[in-house]
Design a protein around this ligand. Structure first.
Ligand code: PBG
Length: 327
């Protein structure tokens, strides 16, 4: 007599929508989504970002409306990127109490600070005329330690303006420690840090340059962001350093092309892990969908599910409000 093996039939669990819904492994929740928002100083009408269809540079008023919509949809957090009218080499707008990011933080937290977490990008590239994430040394390279002083001052200015989440994204060595010290010293020990820990020098940031108006001749960030071809261990080291310096959450960025990194980071740390679906990831799907080449909603959901499945606890995405409504 031959043994009767039960036939393996994985398709049994795929047969009906109800069966598939029951066994699905990955679910998104609106509270895990973080919406990046751009706000431009001194404009009276919101400005479309050409390379990011559907994304705009907000006025202060339209920003409030966008945050309201995000809160209504249950989005977990908004991350503000302020674009000043005047930029300079030092990034003076970064820690000016009247700088656009601080003004916007005050207005948004006053209205919505209980409904969702309000934070801002803590970096200099949006406010410097050269477009680098730090202060330049005479030889044109970014001076790490002078930049740390700027970040510390910027983080305190943001916290004073009501920021509930400080997000250093400049990839300077020691930035989390410098910011943590400054926040604690200024009475903001309760304000957490979401560190952009493993951030690659990526071509997928292209459209973001339009959104924050980087100078046309801007070079690259390869002297401070990671090499896409570098070993994953380099990311693990960056993450471990940030956690040791006091990061409350860590981030991998970009998301889609770095799912392996995300997966390994998630396995290593016990703090929440975020992933940033960046401007280029957004633009690619929007452009293909606009041409009728892919099903927009399916591609958006699939891209987010993949990021979640790889290990992200939180996802920054320009589709946060739209997706939260659909969930
Ligand atoms: C740095 C910063 C960048 C992005 C977010 N924060 C640009 C960069 O690091 O080069 C890119 C986000 C995106 O492409 O959506 N302040």
């Amino acid at each position: 007599m031959t043994a009767q093996f039960p036939a393996a039939r994985p398709r049994r669990l795929r047969r009906t929508p109800a069966m598939r819904r029951m066994v699905t492994g990955v679910r998104l929740h609106p509270a895990e989504l973080i919406l990046p928002l751009f706000v431009k100083e001194g404009i009276s009408e919101q400005q479309p970002v050409g390379s990011m269809p559907g994304v705009v540079q907000h006025t202060r008023d339209s920003l409030l409306k966008a945050v309201h919509e995000a809160a209504e949809a249950g989005v977990g957090s908004v991350m503000l990127f302020g674009v000043p009218e005047e930029k300079d080499a030092y990034g003076s707008a970064a820690d000016d109490p009247e700088g656009i990011t601080q003004v916007a933080l005050r207005e948004v937290t006053a209205e919505f600070g209980d409904a969702l977490v309000v934070g801002a990008d803590t970096c200099l590239d949006e406010v410097t005329d050269h477009g680098h994430c730090g202060v330049l040394a005479p030889d044109g390279t970014v001076d790490n330690d002078l930049t740390l002083e700027r970040y510390a001052s910027m983080a305190v200015a943001q916290a004073r303006a009501g920021s509930q989440l400080i997000s250093p994204s400049g990839m300077m060595d020691g930035q989390v420690r410098a910011i943590r010290r400054a926040l604690d010293g200024a009475g903001f020990a309760e304000v957490p840090i979401l560190a952009y820990s493993a951030k690659y020098a990526s071509g997928f940031y292209g459209p973001f340059r339009d959104a924050v108006e980087l100078p046309k001749n801007f070079g690259d960030r390869k002297a401070y962001q990671q090499d896409p071809a570098g070993p994953v261990g380099e990311s693990l080291r960056e993450v471990a350093l940030d956690v040791a310096e006091g990061a409350d959450m860590v981030m991998v960025k970009p998301a889609g092309a770095y799912l392996d990194v995300l997966h390994q980071v998630k396995a290593m740390v016990d703090v929440p892990v975020a992933a940033y679906q960046v401007s280029g990831e957004y633009a690619m799907i929007e452009a293909a969908a606009a041409n009728g080449w892919i099903d927009r909603e399916r591609a958006i959901m699939e891209s987010l599910i993949a990021i979640r499945r790889a290990g992200a606890d939180l996802i920054l995405t320009y589709w946060a409000t739209e997706v939260a409504r659909r969930l």
